[in-house]
Design a protein around this ligand. Sequence first.
Ligand code: BES
Ligand code: MN
Ligand code: ZN
Length: 492
Amino acid sequence: MEFSIRPLSPETAKAGCVVLGVHAEKELTAAARRVDQRSRGALSAALPDLSGKAGSTLLLRALPEVGAERVLLVGLGAKNEFAESAYRDAVRGAANALRDLGAKDAALFLVDTKVNGRPLSWNVRQAVGAVREAFYRFDEMKSQKKNSTPALAEVTLPLSPNAQLEQALEEAEATAEGTDLARTLGNLPANICTPGYLAEQAKKLAREFKLEAQVLERKDMEKLGMGAFLAVTRASHEPPKLIVLRYSGAAKSKAPLAFVGKGITFDTGGISLKPAGEMDEMKYDMSGAGSVLGALRALAGMKAPVNVVGVIPTCENMPGGGAVKPGDIVTTLSGQTVEILNTDAEGRLILCDALTYAERFKPEAMINIATLTGACVIALGHVATGLFANDEKLADELRAAGDDAWDRVWQMPLWEDYQEQLRSNFADFANIGGRPAGSITAASFLARFTRKQRWAHLDIAGTAWRSGREKGSTGRPVPLLVRFALRHAGRK
Ligand code: BES
Ligand code: MN
Ligand code: ZN
C-alpha cells in the first residue's frame, strides 16, 4: 500500500474512490460541497441514508459529472464534538469500508479537516496509522491464506506537500511497519513465538536494518548472577535469552535511550498456577518485548536521528519439578535478595535483572514496557497505559508523546509509602505487595532497581491486546515509543 501527498480536486480526481466527510448535522465539508455542486446535489440527496455518526459510511456510485468512480461519504459526528477520537473513527470507518469494497485506490479528503488545533502533520500520521491498522491481517497460521496483498494499492492524501508533511508520512509508514511487527509477534502462538524465536527476529532486524544484535544465553546469565531471571525460567524446556538490540542513528557520543521489554512468551503463573479460563491470552505476555522490537524497527526504518538500545529478557513461566517455589529466595543481579512469594509475579523478576544489566549502556533514560499486572486493567481498562516514573520531566515527556501519538498513558503514584507493602521477614523484600494497589507495588518493586537512573515504567496489561471476538494484538505502545524518541531528539 502506497501513500502519497498531493493536491487533488475532489470533483475531477480520476480516483477509484473519493472519501468525503460529512458532519452529523448533515453539513458537508468543503470538499464534499464541491462534489455536491458538480453532481447537482447528488450528495445532498443521499444524505438521509447516512447516520452521520463518526465512522458511519455511505457509498455512492457513478455520480453525474464527477471524475471518481465512487464516492464514499463518511460521518464525522457532531460538529461541536469533533475532535481526535471522531477523526480517528472516521478514518477507521472509511478504511474498513474501502477494505470490504476491495477498492484499488482512494483519495482521503478527510485529512484536511482541522482537528482540535492539531497540525496537518498530525492528521497525516493518524490517517496512515488508522488505515494501516484496518488493513492489518494475521493469517500466518491459517491453512488457507487470504490474498496477503490488500487490494488497496494507492492512497492519496490530498494536501499540498511540504517537508513537514512528507516527514510525517515517512514516520507514520515506518511506525505502521513497527506496529505490525509487534502485532504479529504478539499474535503468534507460544509454541512458535518462543524466546529463541524472538532472538532470531532481533538478529533478522539487525541484518535488515544494520542494527547490532547480541544474545546472552543461560550460561552468560549464570556468570553474571541474574538470579531472579533464572528463577523464572527454571522449569521451562525453552532456553531463556537476553536480547540486546542497538540502533545508532545519532552521534556516538550521545547517550542512548534504553527500552526494556518484558518477554514472557507464555505465562502459566508457574507453581502459583493461573486459572484455565483465557489462559491462552498469556501468549501476549511478551508484548513489551514485541513493542521494543517494533519501535526499533520503526526508528531504524525511518533513519531517525536517535540512539536506542533495546534490552529484552525473554523466557517462559512454567510449573514443573524444577520450578521456583513460593518462599524461595533469590539473589538479583543488583545484589539485592528477593523472596518469591508468588511465582506469577514473574515479570518484575526478569525485568529487575534486565534493568540492572541495562545500566551498563549508561542510558540517558530507561523505559520499561510490560504486561505487568492484571490490576492495571482494573484501574485503567483498555484505554490508557499505566505510567510510573521516578522523574517528573520524563513522565511529562511520555505523556505528551502519548497524547501526540494518540496512544495515551495515565500516570499513577510511585510514592515511597507503597514500598512498605513489599517487606519480607526473610529477604531484602518480597516480589508481591498484596491486593491493594497491585500495579503500584509492582512498579515500586522495579523502582528498587532503577534508583540510579531516570526511569519510567509503562504497564500495558490493558492496552497491548484485545480479548473476545476481536482478539488480537494492538501493537501498542509502538506509536508512543516512536513519537517519544523523536520528540526527545527535538522533532515536532
Ligand atoms: N502477565 C501477568 C499480568 C496480566 C494478567 C496481564 C492478566 C494482563 C492480563 C503477570 O505476570 C501476573 O501474573 N501478574 C499478577 C501479579 C500478582 C501475582 C501479584 C497479577 O496481575 O495477577
Ligand atoms: Mn504472571
Ligand atoms: Zn506475566
